[in-house]
Design a binder for this molecule. Structure first.
Ligand SMILES: Nc1ncnc2c1ncn2[C@@H]1O[C@H](COP(=O)(O)OP(=O)(O)OP(=O)(O)O)[C@@H](O)[C@H]1O
Ligand SMILES: [Mg+2]
Length: 247
C-alpha cells in the first residue's frame, strides 16, 4: 500500500536547508519543494466540533495524496514534526493563478493561454470526478502555475468523496448558487460552476461577483462582460481547443 503519511516523526529543519515564506501563510520553501505546515497547537483553542472539522481537513488532504495526474499538484511526503506540526511537501510552483493573471495585466491573457489553463483544469477535474471526488474550492488561489505553461489544482482540504454532498464550503465568489440556497444535496456540478467563474476571472482579471453570493448577484450574471478581444469567433475557437472531442 502506498505510504500516505510517514510513520516516523520528522524534523523539517534537518530535512531542508533553507526555509522562506511563500504567500498564503503557512508555507515554507526549500530549494525544490513547497512545505505546507499546519500547526496542531491551534486545535487547543477549538471546541469539539471545530477539532473534528480541522482533523477532517487534514485527513482529506492526506487521502488525496493518492491522486496522480499531470494537472494535480504532486505531494511527495506528509509527516508530523516534534514541535506539533503536520507537514506536507509538494512540487514547488512559481505562483498561483491569482497572481499570474494579475501580473499579466487585466484582460491580457492570450486566447491560447486561456485554452491551456482551462483544458488543464478540466482534465484534472474530469479525473477527480471519475473517482467521485468533488473539490469544492476551485479558485485561482488553488490553481498553481509551473514554468508558465502547466496549471495544476491543489488544496484538497475541503474536498469530499461521494456523488452527493450537503456541506457548504469554498470561496464566496466561486460558490455555486445551489450551495448558497441550501436547498439540499448538490453534486460535482458545483465544481463546474466555479470553473465558469474562473474562466471569467482569467479573461478579465476581475472578480465576477465582487464578493456577493452568486444567487444574490443573479441579475449581474446576464450582464457579465468579456473584454472586446474575446469575440464570438475567438470564443468558438477556444471551445474547439478546450473540447476537441465535441467538435
Ligand atoms: N506546491 C506549491 N508551490 C508553491 N506555492 C504553493 C504550493 N502549494 C500552495 N502554495 C501557495 O500557498 C497558498 C495556500 O495553499 P493551499 O491552498 O494548499 O492552503 P490553504 O489551506 O488554502 O491555506 P491558506 O488558508 O493559508 O490559504 C496557495 O494559494 C499558493 O499560493
Ligand atoms: Mg487554498
Amino acid at each position: 500500500m502506498e505510504n500516505l503519511i510517514s510513520l516516523k516523526i520528522k524534523d523539517t529543519v534537518l530535512l531542508y536547508d533553507s526555509l522562506t515564506k511563500l504567500d498564503g501563510g503557512a508555507f515554507g520553501e526549500s530549494q525544490y519543494v513547497a512545505l505546507k505546515v499546519q500547526h496542531l497547537k491551534k486545535l487547543r483553542e477549538c471546541n469539539d466540533q471545530q477539532i473534528s472539522a480541522e482533523l477532517l481537513r487534514l485527513f482529506r488532504e492526506i487521502s488525496c495524496n493518492q491522486l496522480h495526474h499531470p494537472n494535480i499538484v504532486k505531494t511527495f511526503d506528509s509527516y508530523f514534526t516534534y514541535d506539533g506540526g503536520f507537514v506536507m511537501t509538494s512540487e514547488l510552483a512559481q505562483e498561483n493563478l491569482q497572481s499570474y493573471v494579475i501580473r499579466k495585466g487585466k484582460g491580457n491573457i492570450t486566447l491560447e493561454e486561456v485554452a491551456q489553463i482551462m483544458s488543464d483544469v478540466i482534465n484534472a477535474l474530469e479525473y477527480i470526478h471519475n473517482y467521485n471526488i468533488i473539490h469544492r474550492d476551485i479558485s485561482p488561489q488553488n490553481i498553481l502555475v509551473y514554468d508558465e505553461k502547466t496549471f495544476k489544482i491543489c488544496d484538497f482540504g475541503i474536498a469530499t468523496y461521494g456523488e452527493l454532498t450537503q456541506i457548504a464550503g469554498g470561496k464566496i465568489d466561486y460558490i455555486a448558487p445551489e450551495i448558497h440556497q441550501m436547498t439540499g444535496e448538490y453534486d460535482k456540478m458545483i465544481d463546474i460552476w466555479s470553473l465558469g467563474v474562473l474562466l471569467h476571472f482569467i479573461c478579465t482579471g476581475e472578480s465576477t461577483f465582487n464578493g456577493k453570493p452568486a444567487c444574490i448577484a443573479k441579475k449581474e450574471i446576464n450582464q457579465l462582460l468579456l473584454p472586446p478581444q474575446i469575440t464570438i469567433k475567438t470564443q468558438n475557437n477556444a471551445t474547439k481547443r478546450i473540447f476537441p472531442k465535441f467538435n
